[in-house]
Design a binder for this molecule. Sequence first.
Ligand code: GSH
Length: 123
Amino acid sequence: MRLHSYYRSTAAYRVRIALHWKGLPFETLSVKAVREGQPDAVQAYLAMNPTGLVPTLVDGDAPTFADVCLVPQVYNARRFGFSLERFPTVRRIAEHCESLAAFEHARPEVQPDASEYDPSAEF
Ligand SMILES: N[C@@H](CCC(=O)N[C@@H](CS)C(=O)NCC(=O)O)C(=O)O
């Protein structure tokens, strides 16, 4: 795992504690070049994390708990007509996850009680 981090970031600090607590080995990559605004570094970082915030934890291509949280949020974004045009990375990750069996079987539309769907009960 690779943690894109800044030593004073409290958000990165939390993730470092959790990784050490779990005994998960990780490599720390400083976002110094990003913070200094070096264009290539900024573009590369935004491609990974469109918020531009730290930290960003990269764990290969396998789905993580972050993806488990992301996919239902993307579902709701689509449901309420929120455009994800500005978030190509989020769309790419969600589409990849949705192609995996575990995500496919968990989709709201294929749940047994989905047939009880009543559009008039929408808020
Ligand atoms: N919800 C995010 C918030 C991350 C966040 O706010 N990070 C701050 C540092 S603690 C940040 O990147 N600020 C912009 C900057 O330092 O340039 C998380 O908990 O990871």
